[in-house]
Design a binder for this molecule. Structure first.
Ligand SMILES: [Zn+2]
Length: 267
């Protein structure tokens, strides 16, 4: 039986932006629809599929769900400006306002840069779903500000590997902890893994860190860690070896932790 990815994602807490990457088809459409519903749902478990928000989302008539890029024309910079103006008008009915950008990978660089600004400083109630066939065509700056959901057949149907989840939890714990030695040991081990395994652990670490924040982990430390993990994860896509990536992650975390210490000594 297929996992309900939308329910799982919503259960972890919805992010303000997702890239939904995969071939066009009913699976991807379905996920987009269900995620939209989760944003505007007023039920307890989101999406509940029974509240008025969910029903309107399913019918495609919710006033706070806006789809851009329905025509064959690529989304241009003017479209993004119009979207920005619309985003600053508060939602009509729901707590959130959701923008679905279809074929977002064909946005030219100026449009992507305009979009980047909106992702960075848009209103807190606005949420963006960038629907693409291949996220590789999006600027890395855009990718770093969105959570990536890949619709690969495997990723969609296979339950998460407990081994990966455990390693990700351990990494998240060590990144947030105070022992540099513990983190260094982890990274030294991770440097010897296959690159794909490290990539999977880093992806899972993003979820582990977010979960931790929901359970009261230090917000500043978690956000720093999320940024560090996403940055190193991105580098793995550009042929960086597992050894280099693990070493870099360790160095980044270390440098991030030292900064306040140096400041304290200096003052
Ligand atoms: Zn609902």
């Amino acid at each position: 039986m297929k996992r309900d990815v939308a329910l799982e994602i919503a259960g972890r807490g919805l992010s303000h932006a997702y890239i939904i990457s995969g071939p066009p088809g009913p699976d991807r459409d379905n996920l987009v629809r269900r995620l939209c519903a989760a944003y505007v749902c007023t039920g307890r478990e989101k999406p509940c599929f029974v509240c008025s928000g969910c029903r309107k989302a399913a019918e495609g008539i919710h006033p706070d769900i806006v789809t851009v890029g329905l025509s064959d024309r690529d989304i241009g910079v003017d479209d993004v400006r119009a979207l920005r103006a619309s985003a600053y008008i508060r939602p009509n009915e729901a707590a959130r306002k959701v923008y679905v950008l279809l074929r977002a990978q064909f946005m030219k660089a100026p449009a992507q840069n305009a979009m980047l600004k909106l992702l960075e400083d848009g209103p807190s109630y606005a949420a963006f779903l960038l629907v693409v066939e291949n996220e590789g065509m999006l600027l890395s700056t855009i990718r770093s500000r969105c959570e990536l959901i890949r619709m690969d057949a495997d990723a969609d149907c296979t339950p998460p590997d407990p081994d990966i989840v455990e390693a990700a939890g351990e990494l998240a714990g060590r990144m947030l902890g105070d022992s540099e030695l513990a983190l260094m040991r982890f990274c030294a081990g991770a440097g010897k893994w296959e690159r794909n395994r490290l990539a999977a652990v880093l992806d899972a670490a993003v979820s582990a860190l977010r979960d931790g924040m929901d359970q009261g982990a230090d917000v500043k430390k978690t956000l720093d860690s999320l940024e560090q993990v996403k940055c190193v994860r991105g580098a793995l896509d550009y042929n960086m070896s597992a050894g280099q990536a693990a070493g870099w992650l360790c160095a980044k975390v270390w440098a991030g932790k030292r900064r306040p210490f140096i400041k304290e000594v200096a003052t």
